[in-house]
Ligand binder design. Structure first.
Ligand SMILES: [Ca+2]
Ligand SMILES: [Ca+2]
Length: 194
């Protein structure tokens, strides 16, 4: 979500947001037109390393620093959604952590859908979405939507379907509340690995 807004704001597609691009997006989302002075102040706040342009890292830090701005840029629902790291499973939901990738999270829901994020700094709504079927401790996951990172693969491709083994003991310590899972070895460079 935030990546999408960043890419839209980067009108000349050079990978950073310049002063004029910030002006365009701020005037698009706010009712008042910014004065040159306000824009200079805002740009200076955003461009924290003062190199004259706003890179993705600076952009993310700036948008999330201000709740109101987060809502304006990304919408209420997204702004209120917690990161996967802080996610508390609702009734019927279970969280899994791959043994080989401690920062990834897989959320399984009772209705046989899942969400997967490769980093728990992301929100589940921007991760990979799909369905799964379960047999004992084995699940087969079929992605239907790649969220933000839609260039990872084509959901039609059967090679993107994987069978995972779920742990049945809750984890303790840092990953308390989650269960472990084991992913097959052939998932390198695909959605489950990224
Ligand atoms: Ca640009
Ligand atoms: Ca900068």
């Amino acid at each position: 979500m935030i990546l999408k807004v960043f890419m839209e704001a980067d009108a000349n597609e050079n990978g950073t947001i310049e002063r004029e691009e910030l002006k365009t997006i701020m005037n698009a989302i706010s009712a008042d037109t910014l004065s040159d002075e306000q824009l200079d102040t805002m740009f200076a706040e955003t461009d924290t390393d003062e190199d004259g342009s706003v890179d993705y890292g600076e952009w993310v830090a700036w948008v999330f620093e201000d709740k109101e701005l987060t809502v304006q840029m990304l919408g209420e629902e997204y702004a209120n959604e917690v990161k996967a790291k802080a996610y508390k499973p609702a009734s019927g939901e279970t969280l899994y952590v791959p043994e080989s990738k401690a920062k990834a999270r897989l959320l399984l829901r009772e209705d046989q859908t899942f969400s997967y994020v490769s980093s728990f700094s992301a929100r589940f709504s921007e991760g990979v979405q799909g369905t799964y079927s379960r047999e004992g401790q084995q699940i087969t996951v079929s992605p239907t939507h790649f969220g933000e990172f839609s260039d990872i693969g084509n959901a039609e491709e059967p090679s993107l379907v994987f069978t995972l083994t779920l742990g049945d003991q809750p984890l303790t310590g840092k990953n308390e509340g989650c269960f472990s899972m084991t992913v097959p070895e052939d998932v390198e460079n695909c959605w489950l690995d990224c």
